[in-house]
Design a protein around this ligand. Structure first.
Ligand code: NDP
Length: 460
């Protein structure tokens, strides 16, 4: 078997992302791809002996089955270096330890990532080095732009992976297969036939001790800015000619450049709320404002809704609702397409013909097509049925897919620099209006569907 040698250098390797998601994902990738000959280097401020570090990696890999001995080989080779990754001298020391041009994963707090990239500026990076950056990419359009400028001075754009673990390869392929490998959906995928689209990520989980990060971000930045706009782009983009990174990222970029908040009015296009104390599924949860580490005066929202419009021929006039929240009564992760009603129901057909709806559930990926049919008891009577199918799940977990793209040098799933800036640009007026307190911060009890006063889509 041909072996492909690669080096993955994780900065911040003792942190939560690295131990809980990155390294377990890597274990699954190594098990699935025995041809990958990986040198894993960890770096951070903590100190580990070789044995301690190998024990951590072994623990993180424990969910993967080592059928070809590839995990054992990677564990044998892995090393950890204590380093301050914001200093040029330590970064040089880390680069010197790499056997191959490295993929450098910044599993660091965002401000430390920027300083670490600045430290790289003085160094000659080996040809073929790639850089993987986590969300949030910048804190606004301007800082995202500066970070892009900094990265541009280090490596070519197609060697920068702005990670979006939310929209995995299998989900993107499922969406594209559904749209572009069928004749019957694509002709309806436009403003002539679609009434509205909802892209929703509702969680039952509350804050779960993540105040340090979440209280600075809130639902709008945590989910809508970084993830749901990417889902919108894949759902609504024009058909790409190929699935190559360039074609897919061009199509997504064009779509997002046509996207504006509804009515260009930040006061009405979105709404925000935060949860109040309550009992949910036998657990008693405090109000968000009383959670440890939260500064209530920041008025961080835990539920956000935003209506946007894609201003092009295909979609003009169709509201797209982007919604995400925490501590809600039901978990809901889906794209819900509501079609326009049939133009005429013949006299004699009884019952109510509701608009057709397509529900694309995300993780697990499933499709439900809700349509009207006659019967089953009475052929004069219209009934509602749902045609359901499960998509093929991916073989790797989300971070396994992310790392696969990184070590293969395939940026298809990564967010391109201009797109990262554009996602901030779309939201900037809403963020400004919310920070200026021009939009009320509503409340909803833990375990509910949201504020009682909310109905319909904001701005419509
Ligand atoms: P943590 O704070 O848990 O980890 C960051 C790591 O960086 C720690 O090990 C920290 O060491 C280390 N570090 C900080 N400063 C330096 C320095 N100067 N030199 C070397 N190491 C340093 O953060 P997370 O792992 O949770 O998150 C990392 C990134 O991933 C963030 O951008 C986050 O937004 C993103 N992310 C996280 C997710 C998660 O579920 N955790 C999910 C999606 C994205 P020490 O603790 O000793 O200071």
């Amino acid at each position: 078997m041909d072996q492909r040698a690669a080096t993955l250098l994780i900065l911040g390797a003792s942190g939560d992302l690295s131990s809980r998601l990155l390294m377990p994902g890597l274990g699954q990738l190594l098990a699935a791809d025995p041809s990958l000959d990986l040198q894993l280097l960890g770096a951070g401020v903590e100190e580990y002996t070789v044995e301690e570090w190998q024990a951590r990696v072994t623990e993180a890999f424990s969910g993967a089955e080592d059928t070809d001995g590839n995990l054992a080989r990677a564990i044998e080779k892995t090393r950890y270096l204590t380093a301050d990754v914001t200093t040029t001298a330590d970064m040089q020391r880390l680069l010197d330890a790499c056997d191959n041009p490295p993929a450098i994963y910044f599993a660091l707090p965002p401000a430390v990532t920027v300083r670490s990239c600045e430290a790289l500026r003085a160094l000659d990076l080996p040809k073929g080095t790639s850089l993987a950056l986590e969300k949030p990419f910048g804190t606004n359009e301007e800082s995202a732009h500066s970070l892009n400028e900094l990265l541009r001075g280090l490596v070519p754009e197609d060697r920068v992976q702005r990670v979006d673990h939310f929209l995995g390869r299998s989900t993107v392929l499922n969406l594209m297969g559904l749209r572009f490998a069928n004749r019957i959906f694509e002709p309806l995928w436009n403003n002539q036939h679609v009434q509205s689209v909802e892209i929703v990520y509702d969680e039952q989980l509350a804050l779960e001790n993540r105040a340090r990060y979440y209280d600075q971000a809130g639902a709008l930045i945590d989910m809508i800015q970084s993830h749901l706009l990417q889902v919108l782009a894949v759902f609504a983009m024009e058909p790409p000619t190929t699935l190559h990174a360039e074609d897919v990222r061009d199509a997504k970029g064009i779509l997002l450049r046509s996207t504006r908040i509804w009515g260009d009015d930040p006061k009405t296009a979105g709404r925000r709320a935060r949860y109040t104390a309550g009992e949910f599924e036998g657990r008693s949860l405090p109000s968000y404002a009383d959670e440890e580490g939260v500064d209530p005066a920041r008025k961080t929202e835990t539920l956000a809704e935003l209506t946007v419009e894609v201003q092009n021929w295909r979609w003009a006039g169709v509201p797209f609702l982007l919604r995400s929240g925490k501590a809600l009564g039901a978990r809901r992760r889906e794209i819900l397409v509501t079609f326009k009603p049939a133009p005429h129901i013949p006299d004699g057909l009884q019952g109510t013909a509701l608009p057709d709806r397509m529900r694309i559930s995300l993780s697990p990926d499933e499709l439900a097509l809700e349509i009207n049919v006659n019967g089953p008891g009475d052929p004069d009577y219209i009934d509602r049925v749902s045609l359901d199918v499960a998509f093929q799940p991916g073989t790797l977990p989300a971070y396994g897919e992310v790392l696969q793209g990184i070590v293969k040098g395939d940026p298809t799933l990564a967010v391109r620099g201009d797109t990262a800036e554009q996602c901030w640009h779309i939201l900037e007026p809403v963020l400004a209006a919310w920070r200026a307190d021009e939009v009320p911060l509503d409340e909803y009890p833990v375990g509910s569907t949201g504020p009682e006063s909310w109905s319909g889509l904001p701005g419509i």
